[in-house]
Ligand binder design. Sequence first.
Ligand code: BGC
Length: 266
Amino acid sequence: MAAGQNIVFGLDIGGSGVKGAPVDVSSGMLAGDRFRVPTPQPATPAAVAGVVAEVTAHFDWSGPVGATFPAVVKQGTALTAANVDGSWIGTDINAVLGETTGCRVTAVNDADAAGIAEMAFGAGRDRSGVVVMTTLGTGIGTAVFLDGRLLPNTELGHLEIDGYDGETRASDSAREREGLSWDDWAERLTRYLRHLEDLLWPDLIILGGGVSKKANKYLSSLRVRTEVVPATLLNNAGIVGAALAAVTDPVAQGFAGSQRLGSSQG
Ligand code: BGC
């Protein structure tokens, strides 16, 4: 499959799976079924790059590729590795994945990608002011937007709360690991979100990650002053956001609604 008008390949590189699909970046819809390959262990750059090439080859893809990565990514290079193999630090993701896929690859932080997708097509669509997206999974990722424009690599999942790295207490994996009830976890999340809102005073908080599907179990128990809504793109947010980030500049152009995106696509 070659890049057609508005079709860009999106990849979501996670701890358990590498998922990909062609995305229509004018609508945010997938232009084909997702294909998933388990993340190799250890998830070294060479091993992951091999799997990524398997995913793009499945679609016989040639064209631009956007890829999420669960760490700080600046100019395509991974600078941290909280929940990924340490050998990624200092790796030029764009170059490594570009080599195995033969495509031009643009890597972005996973929460930034999910936020971009939600701002363009999901829960943050047409929302101005300060919007904070949090992805609650193995860790906590954050994406901060002002009038649809991204402040990249915010890493607010690592805010220190009660002496702990925030994500180790309030992520979805903490809930599972400690066998917390939904109410107990909602307490943890409240503590985390209150700290976040005391520092940023957002106008909207979007809760993403796999657990956004179960928002009815904890959303009403959260005690925060900011409006909180679940993400709506669920499993596809990373793929869609990565594809968007490959062909637009989320910092300069922004994603406040599809109209703006449509005009930026010419
Ligand atoms: C990482 C972030 C990432 C988040 C979600 C955190 O541990 O530091 O870069 O966005 O996990 O995967």
